[in-house]
Design a protein around this ligand. Structure first.
Ligand code: SAM
Ligand code: DTB
Ligand code: SF4
Length: 345
């Protein structure tokens, strides 16, 4: 007897009820704030179990994506982001440096690849780049790709044409964070607003780039703001492929120099909720890892974080030594994740 394929049922994705909320590995764009609050309020073990359950359906639970950052243009930024050591408005002791040469970027990328990174992220202290910068950065992207690395750039606000030019040069990811909730945004930054950021994200998406978009915890925001931030990320027209969750690095001289760190359990809860809301995304344990104990990092990996910044420096501040990270990976039985598709050129 022949079977009509149109009558065959496709396997339904597994779902699970946690605290009355249905979760599954299929991304949803209709999360409500109330539902996200309920996830945050779950008993910790239930939340962690739910996040692991989702994580294991989508990812190898023992593989972690490894990116290295390079500041290609440092300091003297006109914006007033209260967390940032690179704003020209604060005395933080960061020396300004012009846009690097393509050759120096190539050398740094080669080093990062040889140390084990698979993605190389170029960061620039711009409100937004000028077109001539985009042209030079395009050459850097080509050079990094030639080394077989995935590429990411974070250059601030982009026009539609600039996003397209970056895509044409072979850029894989663009990082542009929402940073915090829309209502807390003006407490942190006054020189642009939340919707400016959303507009750039639209340009990045329409240019066909993958999106890396997350935020910072520990800037004096409330649980409510963290819920709003995750809700904004999860309900973007398409969920970001990569979601960096930074813990504020409080830099002396910035307005947030004395901000107290977020409680580690709250940080791990935020990672777990991000994992559940954005099941297909890589959730990156980003800035602030230097202050985390190995045990808190392990908890975050168990909660569904599966990406890190690797290398002794972030942009201007420190990050754990590569040896310490390799040792941590060994002790946890973690391995670097292979890029899904090899970079082609
Ligand atoms: N200038 C561009 C922009 O703002 O989009 C790109 C570089 S900026 C340094 C990239 C991101 O780094 C910011 O959006 C913020 O999330 C993060 N960041 C900057 N300073 C930080 C700090 N002290 N602690 C944690 N994250 C920080
Ligand atoms: C992200 O979310 N975190 C990275 C990257 N994207 C560009 C930057 C962290 C910067 C920390 C402060 C510094 O080193 O200057
Ligand atoms: Fe400039 Fe970016 Fe720092 Fe804001 S976060 S001051 S835009 S470098």
């Amino acid at each position: 007897m022949s079977v009509d394929p149109s009558k065959m049922e496709s396997p339904r994705p597994a779902t699970r009820l946690v605290g009355g909320i249905e979760i599954s590995q299929v991304p949803r764009g209709d999360w409500t704030r109330d539902q996200i609050h309920e996830l945050f309020d779950l008993p910790f073990n239930d939340l962690l179990f739910a996040a692991q359950w989702i994580h294991r359906q989508v990812f190898d639970p023992n593989a972690v994506q490894v990116s290295t950052l390079l500041s290609i243009k440092t300091g003297a930024c006109p914006e007033d982001c209260a967390y940032c050591p690179q704003s020209i408005r604060y005395s933080t002791g960061v020396d300004s440096e012009d846009l690097m040469s393509v050759e120096s970027v190539r050398n740094a990328a080669r080093k990062a690849r040889d140390a084990g990174a698979t993605r190389f992220c170029l960061g620039a202290a711009y409100r937004g780049p000028k077109d001539r910068h985009v042209e030079q950065i395009g050459q850097m992207i080509r050079a990094v790709r030639e080394l077989g690395l995935e590429t990411c750039a974070t250059l601030g606000l982009l026009t539609e044409n600039q996003a397209e030019a970056l895509a044409d040069s072979g850029l894989d990811y663009y990082n542009h964070n929402l940073d915090t909730s829309e209502s807390f945004y003006s407490n942190i930054i006054t020189t642009r607003n939340f919707s400016d950021r959303l507009e750039t994200l639209e340009h990045v998406r329409s240019a066909g780039l993958k999106v890396c978009c997350g935020g910072i915890l520990g800037m004096g925001e409330t649980r409510n703001d963290r819920v709003d931030l995750l809700c904004s990320l999860a309900t973007l027209p398409a969920q970001p492929e990569s979601v960096p969750i930074n813990q504020l690095v409080p830099v002396p001289g910035t307005p947030l120099e004395n901000a107290p760190p977020v409680d580690g359990i709250e940080f791990a809860r935020t990672i777990a909720v991000a994992r559940i809301l954005m099941p297909l995304s890589h959730v990156r344990l980003s800035a602030g890892r230097e202050e985390f104990s190995d045990e808190l990092q392990a908890l975050c990996f168990a909660a569904g974080a599966n990406s890190i910044f690797y290398g002794e420096k972030l942009l201007t501040t420190g990050n754990p030594d590569t040896e310490a990270d390799r040792d941590l990976f060994d002790r946890l039985g973690l391995k670097p994740e292979e890029p899904r598709a090899p970079a082609s050129n």
